[in-house]
Design a protein around this ligand. Structure first.
Ligand code: HEC
Ligand code: HEC
Length: 664
């Protein structure tokens, strides 16, 4: 212990002469570091467990994909939706569409994107006409035998077109699969070496497969090349649009989200601000006042048909720990989406998968003009690019859930906060019950009453809050947000009023909070659950009706602060886990610049941990250790000699472990 302090003291003088900021590259270079950081086997583990679940449901005999309107691919708006079931081994396709308001929407097609210039169907692609829907009322159905077509045909899209038209001419409903499904099927059918559809040599990782096995769970691929490609696309690819990248709004150095403070550091010509300087984007693309002051982004979640009136203003969620927050609950609202994305849980177009999210994001945020014509105003990603971006996003952040039943915090206030967070009933009004764990199981995004695997939507009344910052600043440009779905809402906007439960381990350092950035501080976000807005909401009323004391959520101020302390400490622990992972990885990196940008990311994580602890007056000893860890990381970045760099990384990691030991 003493020795480490001596070492630090000796080199402290160095850092005084050379402030760290000189050694950490500027933020435009934080792009590369993720590229080599892919050896953690994170997705291999996720793939293995996905495959296991898939096989217990019948494997590729039973591939289900939802069908829906696709922002980006559909060429007309529809509220019809449906499901397709594919038996990729026996060659059967079943399609069922509901809410069909027009019998002209009838031709079912499968698309194999051979010419992978974009995910959009082009004449050179391979099309399989499965058949025509039989309409009965507002339902359309089809069951067809496609023989052994799937032996050579990769299903990139399922499209329902207008009668007599092919997918190049007409696209109304669209469906496709997730990355895991796609890789699984490729592995099973030995079809990995499909030229451009095989980014980064996945086929080499799988090896050549002679036979066509029914199951593919043993064939776990290496995801590294795919993640590397995805990182590069996420931070650098503009898709021939207005200059934005995914990283414009989801920057690595700011926890993959933006807020007014971060926005204020950007130069005026940053592509985030295109609506301020590109004439074609000056009206109905963003609301600059709300972007600059509240960090809100304009979303046309209900279509591009009426740009002046049909839009919502939403905050930017981080994209961390996504893999833990995608599985929808069986609440009857998931045909589509197949996965829960975005604040309303239906952010992705088509089948509603994380993979397709990028199609919608490019169409929404990247166009040069509001015509949003693909191949003119931007280009859509290719199938291979969609795969890579999904892999990168799944890779980000925590892969595992916390286990609150075994977590023992040392700080008495945070530990009490954890108790109140978990308590689910007031027991006749005598127990302080936050009931948070019911929806945020283990401080994640899943519903505990069904086992903790379902990411559910609720109407918690955030929209009903009076005096929201956006309403005070620019009410004319902040229409009501109806949340999930497209049906007109009696309270204004479009949707059923529900929003999707986010993960909250990562919350304390990614405020402001909620889909509209209505609340600035984490304690304020906890206190929201005491409000009339919450307790009068549908789910607030429901919680009161099943409570033995008839109470929804009612916490004293000390208990609000205690839950805040709990959220701060688990956030700091996650920062430390991530900083340790990143810093340790640097020991395998030869390139000086790459090593330094990674160390900068680790430094930023530690900075966040310090910030969330300090902000709650928590764990001064841990904060001291974390500051020492930062100095060690700075010194590691300064020294060009790998031996010393690694030594100081070890010291930093030790200090972080000391900080953890102060907390748990
Ligand atoms: C102009 C800012 C902006 C850009 C650029 C942007 N996003 Fe987003 N992103 C948002 C906003 C706002 C939301 C919330 C949308 C919603 O609620 O449906 C969001 C949500 C998301 C989500 C959902 C996260 C969750 O927790 O469910 C994902 C995934 C995502 N974005 C990925 C991307 C990708 C991939 C790109 C690049 C192709 C991208 N974003 C580009 C602003 C942006
Ligand atoms: C009935 C389900 C439910 C309960 C109970 C619940 N939450 Fe939430 N939580 C949600 C939903 C849904 C959202 C998103 C709401 C929105 O943005 O409109 C959310 C959002 C949040 C956020 C904002 C996250 C962010 O990144 O902006 C925090 C923090 C939070 N909840 C903490 C808590 C705490 C603490 C409790 C207990 C006092 C709690 N929640 C109880 C469903 C719930």
């Amino acid at each position: 212990m003493k020795k480490r302090y001596l070492l630090i003291a000796a080199l402290l003088s160095l850092t005084l002469v050379y402030p760290a900021s000189n050694y950490f590259t500027s933020s435009d270079e934080v792009v590369s570091p993720y590229i080599p950081m892919t050896k953690a086997d994170k997705l291999e583990v996720a793939f293995a467990s996905w495959s296991e679940g898939h096989e217990s449901n019948g494997g590729d005999h039973n591939v289900v994909m939802s069908l829906g309107w696709s922002k980006g691919l559909s060429d007309e708006l529809t509220y019809a939706k449906g499901k397709a079931k594919l038996d990729l081994i026996e060659g059967f396709v079943e399609v069922e569409v509901e809410d069909l308001d027009d019998v002209g929407i009838s031709e079912v097609w499968l698309v194999d994107n051979l010419n992978d210039s974009s995910v959009l169907p082009e004449p050179e692609d391979n099309f399989l006409h499965v058949g025509t829907l039989t309409a009965e009322g507002d339902r359309g159905t089809l069951r067809a035998d496609v023989g052994n077509a799937f032996g050579t045909f990769e299903v990139d899209l399922l499209i329902v077109s207008r009668a007599g038209q092919d997918p190049v001419q007409s696209r109304v409903l669209v469906g496709s699969s997730s990355l895991m499904q796609r890789l699984y099927t490729r592995a099973r059918s030995g079809r990995l070496a499909i030229g451009s559809e095989d980014p980064g040599g996945l086929s080499a990782a799988f090896g050549a497969l002679g036979t066509q096995p029914v199951f593919a769970s043993d064939l776990v691929p290496s995801f590294d090349p795919l993640i590397e490609q995805g990182a590069d696309l996420f931070f650098n690819e503009t898709f021939a649009g207005n200059g934005r990248t995914c990283g414009t709004c989801h920057p690595a150095e700011h926890n993959f989200t933006i807020d007014p403070e971060f926005i204020a550091t950007l130069p005026d010509d940053d592509p985030l601000f295109v609506a301020e300087f590109v004439p074609a984007l000056m009206s109905n693309f963003e609301k600059p006042e709300l972007m600059r002051n509240v960090g809100l982004i304009l979303e046309n979640t209900d279509g591009f048909g009426d740009l002046a009136n049909r839009f919502t203003m939403r905050s930017v969620p981080h994209t961390l720990a996504l893999g833990n927050a995608l599985t929808p609950g069986a609440d009857g609202t998931t045909t589509p989406p197949d996965q829960r994305t975005g604040w309303s849980g239906d952010g992705a177009p088509g089948s509603g998968t994380l993979r397709e999210f990028a199609i919608g994001a490019v169409t929404q945020h990247f166009p040069q003009t509001l015509n949003r014509t693909p191949n003119v105003d931007f280009r859509l990603p290719t199938d291979a690019e969609l795969d890579a971006m999904e892999a990168f996003q799944l890779f980000l952040g925590r892969q595992d859930e916390l286990d609150l039943s075994t977590l023992t915090l040392k700080n008495a206030v945070a530990a009490r906060g954890q108790e109140v967070f978990v308590a689910a009933d007031t027991v006749g009004g005598t127990v302080a019950a936050g009931k948070c764990n019911t929806c945020h199981f283990n401080a994640g995004a899943n519903f505990s009453l069904t086992g903790g695997f379902e990411n559910r939507n609720f109407n918690t009344g955030v929209e009903a809050l009076p005096d929201q910052p956006a309403d005070l600043i620019d009410p004319a440009n902040n229409p009501p947000d109806g949340g999930f779905g497209q049906a007109p809402n009696p309270n204004g906007g479009f949707g059923d009023g529900s929003f999707n439960t986010p993960v909250i381990v990562e919350a304390a350092d990614t405020g402001p909070f909620f889909h509209n950035n209505a609340i600035e501080t984490v304690e304020g976000a906890v206190a929201f659950y005491n409000s009339d807005a919450f307790n009068n909401s549908p789910i607030g009323q429901f919680l009161a009706s099943v409570d033995t004391g008839g109470i929804g959520i009612d916490l004293e101020t000390t208990q609000v602060v205690a839950i805040g302390a709990f959220l701060r400490v688990i956030n700091a622990l996650e920062n430390n886990r991530s900083a340790t992972e990143t810093a340790t990885f640097v020991k395998d990196v030869d390139d000086f610049a790459t090593a330094n940008s990674l160390l900068e990311l680790a430094f930023a994580e530690v900075e966040d941990a310090i910030g969330v602890l300090d902000g709650g007056g928590l764990h001064p000893k841990a904060v001291k250790d974390l500051k020492a860890a930062q100095i060690s990381l700075e010194i590691a970045a300064i020294t060009g000699i790998p031996f010393f760099r690694d030594l100081f990384i070890d010291i930093a990691v030790d200090f972080i472990a000391d900080a953890d030991a102060d907390m748990v």
